[in-house]
Design a protein. Structure first.
Length: 210
């Protein structure tokens, strides 16, 4: 299955993507990670992206999708993949389709804004591999250290309280329209985010039929 996870910042997309990744043995791919990987590998698209990243500009959709196509062409994606954090707009979704990337199912994790604001203060991300943790819901075994690679777990700038409301506003304006977009294609399943991660996981697995 080729999957997309939608949801507001802090809704639990990354955590659920990792759970499905382990269940189905397919890679969970985040936009940030594939950009860094492409730059590190020195691909043509990676070199183009690096120029924008160094100048502080946004990497154009076409460049991101070219990098994404290179990533999903790798052997580990033959049985499927999960996209976490892309597309973020209807225009990106249209571009994804135009580039021939087929999506089988879109999982929308629905969590109220006030619950998200409360959650995000505890979010931590590995500064090396990008793995997601939470001080309450998904703590690392050693405080401040990633279980996988041993990197430091940190609070991202965009998870700080002063930026959360602005991120939610942007999500509702730019990304939420994707819910209707994929619903009209008959491939959307909305899951109500629960207070317990395992309860949300059960609903996600049910929606995927796994």
């Amino acid at each position: 299955m080729n999957l997309i996870f939608l949801g507001a910042p802090g809704a639990g997309k990354g955590t659920q993507a990792e759970t499905v990744q382990a269940k189905l043995n397919i890679p969970a791919i985040s936009t940030g990670n594939i950009l860094r990987e492409a730059v590190k590998d020195g691909t043509d698209a990676g070199k183009t992206a690096e120029g924008f990243m160094k100048s502080g500009g946004l990497v154009p959709d076409e460049v991101v999708i070219n990098i994404l196509k290179d990533r999903i062409a790798k052997d580990d994606c033959k049985a499927g993949f999960i996209l976490d954090g892309f597309p973020r707009t209807v225009a990106q979704a249209d571009a994804l389709t135009a580039f021939g990337v087929k999506i089988d199912k879109v999982i929308n994790i629905d969590v109220a804004d006030n619950a998200i604001a409360a959650r995000m203060g505890g979010r931590r991300v590995c500064n090396k591999c990008g793995a997601s943790y939470h001080t309450e819901y998904k703590p690392s075994k050693v405080d401040g250290k990633c279980d996988g690679c041993g990197g430091d777990t940190v609070i991202r700038d965009d998870d700080k309280p002063e930026t959360v409301l602005e991120r939610l506003k942007t999500y509702h304006e730019k990304t939420a329209p994707l819910i209707g977009y994929y619903e009209s294609k008959g491939i959307l399943a909305t899951v109500k985010g629960q207070s317990e991660i395992k309860e949300t996981t059960a609903l996600v697995f049910s929606a995927l039929g796994i």
